[in-house]
Design a protein around this ligand. Structure first.
Ligand code: AMP
Length: 193
């Protein structure tokens, strides 16, 4: 294995809306010197800049549905492809088995593989409480209650199969997402190599 490949590290953080994923992703990226890659943030930036991708994605995002795999994969490839070594904290990607397979293919082309997939687990009542708070704080147009419920359902329906995908490959770590930011961070950091 080359030196570059041995320095590669790709950690995936999964969790339903409101699980504290964004906050933990930022902390982990800083602590482990990883480039944080949030497909939600990237898409919101495209929407704000009015790019072609942003125009295609806006209605889908506002409805709480998933942007098609081909658009997401192209956007992620453009970021990860040139990275040497690949050191990334993935937040909100992959969301579907198709995206997971595309990520595996991309990493294997770079001579590396996913380090770990971390799934934050938080109960539903707590999630609704947290997301309602965030809607008031940040004014995100996709944080109203109906959209939040759709996004939770989309998470369960389309993203849960990823848990099986990564469990089958021995990559999955389920982490209790209840508790303070610091407690959850310690739990995540504790399972990473
Ligand atoms: P997030 O900030 O990760 O909750 O993403 C906000 C919205 O962006 C989601 O509800 C989706 O509409 C879209 N989105 C973000 N990441 C992805 C992805 N990997 N695949 C499909 N859609 C995505």
């Amino acid at each position: 294995m080359s030196v570059e490949a041995s320095e590669a590290e790709v950690v995936l953080l999964m969790g339903p809306p409101g699980a504290g994923k964004g906050t933990q992703a930022a902390k982990l990226a800083e602590a482990r010197n990883l480039h944080k890659l949030s497909t939600g943030d990237m898409l919101r930036s495209h929407v704000a800049r009015g790019t072609e991708l942003g125009k295609k994605a806006k209605g889908i995002m506002d409805a709480g549905e998933l942007v098609p795999d081909d658009l997401i994969i192209a956007m992620v490839e453009a970021e990860l492809g040139p990275m040497r070594p690949v050191r990334a904290l993935l937040d909100g990607f992959p969301r579907t088995p198709g995206q997971a397979e595309a990520l595996d293919a991309l990493l294997s082309k770079e001579g590396t593989a996913l380090t770990a997939a971390v799934a934050l687990q938080v109960d539903d009542d707590e999630l609704v409480r947290r997301v309602s708070g965030r809607a008031a704080d940040e004014g995100r147009s996709d944080d109203n209650e109906a959209t939040v419920r759709t996004r939770m359902e989309v998470y369960r329906r389309q993203t849960q199969p990823l848990l099986d995908y990564y469990a089958a490959r021995g990559k999955l770590h389920r982490i209790d997402g209840m508790g303070s930011m610091a407690e959850v961070f310690e739990r995540i950091d504790g399972v990473l190599p």
